[in-house]
Design a binder for this molecule. Structure first.
Ligand code: SF4
Ligand code: SF4
Length: 98
């Protein structure tokens, strides 16, 4: 999908490759069984999770921490598997609307 250049978020910030951070993919959240929860007190901001996610489900905030875009996450657990400090836990997603 093509997106307009001015709509790309975080472009050229903190080594984020051009274009990737602004990509929106299909809503896959409705059928996932698990969801990733990040313990930010242990996160070392390496962005391995962001790099390894096959669905571009991570954003990076201004402090350099990854944040899961819930709608884009299918709950595969690859990010949790690759996190070097194991600060991502895959928890059951009950799909509550909180
Ligand atoms: S892989 Fe783990 S430590 Fe690295 S940025 Fe992601 S959550 Fe933080
Ligand atoms: S669980 Fe899978 S889809 Fe969701 S953020 Fe992690 S790697 Fe991406």
């Amino acid at each position: 999908m093509l997106i307009e250049e001015e709509k790309i978020k975080n472009k050229k910030e903190k080594g984020i490759p051009y274009g990737v951070a602004g990509i929106e993919t299909k809503d896959m959240s409705s059928w996932r069984a698990l969801k990733p929860i990040i313990d930010y007190s242990k996160c070392i901001k390496c962005l391995t999770c962001w790099f390894s996610c096959p669905d571009f489900a991570f954003e990076v905030n201004k402090e350099g921490f990854p944040k899961v875009r819930s709608k884009n996450c299918k709950g595969c657990g690859i990010c949790a598997e690759h996190c070097p400090v194991k600060c991502i836990k895959m928890l059951r997603d009950f799909h509550d609307k909180k």
